[in-house]
Design a protein around this ligand. Structure first.
Ligand code: FES
Length: 530
């Protein structure tokens, strides 16, 4: 099996029975904030896009590049489609001209003929990608590969059951706006960033250890930031709180925990994976490339400026009545929302600013009032979250009818934020569900999970706790670590105070826990047989 690195989470898999292009991403994403790193725009995309199958893991714009898919990927390709709850991905791909779809039943092996088999695992909680994320397993001639990319399944047993995996591709770097955009003192930001960076690596080691593949390929990050206002997010400034470590840092960190089977793919690298080994060739030596990272980024920054300038010029729509449009689009959704609105539990404020040569000025302050089910001008009140961003960005989102402000505004990092209290996942879940279809799905999902009784307990250290994490049901016998009477679930790093059951990371999500030596003995139940 041949794997060609095509940048970020993208790769082309070639076998004698067919080729699969995964997640091709070249154009900047999220308001021209993210660019693929290393640059992959000079690959021969016409040849790479001439494939039998296309797999797009999810709709995040650094995986789903509509302009690139339209121009470069053969419309004769059959799309391997994850079993997502909404039809958005299929609809968008049809719009781009794709007509052949293979809807892969969730977690079922599909035989594509000639010995080529695939299986897709779709994750479907409202916090997985933009309503869905997925992983692709591929087998040919006894060689198996798992392209896990950004997906965070609770465990990998569904793949390990299918036999030993030879190549494991997974995310290791950050892909979020936390903590950089928060209005915090620099020392606190660095401390939170460092924690986050450590957690990302811990989670990666956990998955690697679960699968025990012969070769581990760090993929799906980091992006690079080429706009001057975001340049500081590149991990080139010696900031230990930077959440975007690159592939060479991965190799160093992996070596510290004993990892010796890491394989970095640059755009254009080719790995021949067999049951006995992996031979890789690179367009330039990997160590040399990363030694020259700053020069590479500076050259890219220079070359991509016209693209950034053209994108920026398209954002302003001063004719948009921002308050009126937000009321028209968001109030009906607030009225339909039960779980998300209750979960947010307070007003969320948007300060909209104009930026010009004279400086930055707040021109409008709007509140999305979740308890009051209203969008209205800010009334000098306490708010749960405050976001501060350019008015032009919101104008643009309203102009194009964007239903997912996470997959556009928030991932752009072109905002700052402050909040009272803990992280609140419902805020972001709501702003990624600005359509009736998405909102109804998310509401239904929370409804089902609120009702689900998770009765099984396990013992961790001195504590008996519920087996499944209150966040997204990770098996705490694998992901839970107890220290100082606190439990950390390593899947997303959420922490719980075991004495009170309180979640220390996010509101709600209480855990059931009791000291093992204080456990009430189970009542004796008499049974009779008939
Ligand atoms: S499942 Fe997310 S922190 Fe446990």
């Amino acid at each position: 099996m041949r794997v060609t690195g095509t940048g970020h989470a993208s790769m082309r898999i070639d076998t004698p029975a067919g080729s699969i292009l995964c997640d091709p991403w070249v154009n900047p994403a999220y308001f021209a904030s993210w660019f693929p790193f290393p640059d992959n725009s000079q690959l021969d995309w016409a040849a790479l896009g001439d494939v039998d199958y296309l797999y797009v893991s999810h709709l995040h714009r650094d995986h789903f590049d509509a302009a690139h898919l339209k121009r470069y990927v053969s419309k004769r390709a059959t799309v391997l489609l994850p079993a997502f709850p909404t039809s958005e991905m299929e609809d968008e791909l049809r719009e781009l001209g794709f007509t052949q779809f293979l809807k892969a039943p969730n977690e079922e092996v599909v035989d594509l003929g000639g010995g080529l088999k695939v299986m897709i695992q779709a994750l479907t909680s409202p916090t997985d990608g933009p309503i869905g994320d997925s992983s692709l397993w591929v087998e040919h001639d006894g060689v198996r590969l798992l392209n896990q990319n950004d997906a965070r399944p609770t465990d990998l047993s569904v793949f390990t059951e299918l036999g030993h995996v030879h190549a494991h591709m997974l995310q290791f770097s950050g892909a979020i706006w936390y903590p950089m955009v928060y209005e915090l003192p620099n020392a606190a930001k660095t401390a939170f960033g460092k924690q986050k960076r450590d957690r990302q690596f811990d989670r990666t080691w956990r998955y690697i250890d679960d699968l025990k593949a012969d070769h581990v390929f760090p993929i799906a990050g980091p992006p690079c930031f080429l706009d001057d206002t975001l340049w500081q997010f590149n991990d080139i400034h010696g900031d230990e709180g930077n959440i975007f470590p690159d592939q060479s840092v991965f190799l160093d960190e992996y070596a510290k925990v004993g990892g010796t089977n890491g394989v970095v793919l640059l755009p254009g690298s080719v790995a021949e994976v067999t049951a006995d080994g992996c031979q890789t060739t690179h367009p330039v030596p990997v160590a040399e490339f990363f030694a020259n990272k700053v020069a590479h980024l500076e050259e890219m920054r220079e070359r991509k400026q016209p693209i950034i300038a053209a994108e920026k010029a398209s954002w302003r729509h001063p004719e948009v009545d921002v308050l009126g449009e937000m009321q028209r689009r968001i109030e009906p959704l607030l009225n339909e929302s039960i779980y998300l609105a209750k979960g947010v539990g307070g007003p969320v404020r948007f300060d909209l600013v104009d930026v010009d040569d004279a400086g930055t000025e707040t021109v409008e302050s709007i509140v999305v009032d979740f308890p009051g089910k209203q969008v209205r001008p800010y009334a000098d009140e306490k708010v749960r979250y405050r976001f501060r961003t350019e008015r032009a960005l919101i104008e643009h989102l309203l102009h194009i009818g964007e239903v997912d402000w996470v997959n556009s505004l928030f991932l752009s990092c072109r905002f700052s934020a402050a909040r009272i209290g803990q992280y609140n996942e419902f805020v972001y879940a709501f702003f990624k569900c600005l359509s009736q279809e998405r909102l109804q799905y998310a509401e239904g999902w929370y409804d089902e999970h609120e009702r689900a009784v998770d009765a099984e307990d396990i013992t961790l250290g001195d504590w008996v706790v519920q087996r499944r994490c209150p966040h997204l049901k990770a098996d705490l016998s694998r992901f839970g670590i107890v220290a100082d009477d606190q439990l950390t679930c390593q899947l997303h790093g959420w922490r719980f105070d075991l004495a009170s059951g309180r979640c220390l990371t996010s509101v709600g999500h209480k855990i059931r826990a009791e000291r093992a030596d204080e456990q009430t003995p189970a009542p004796v139940v008499e049974t009779t047989t008939t």
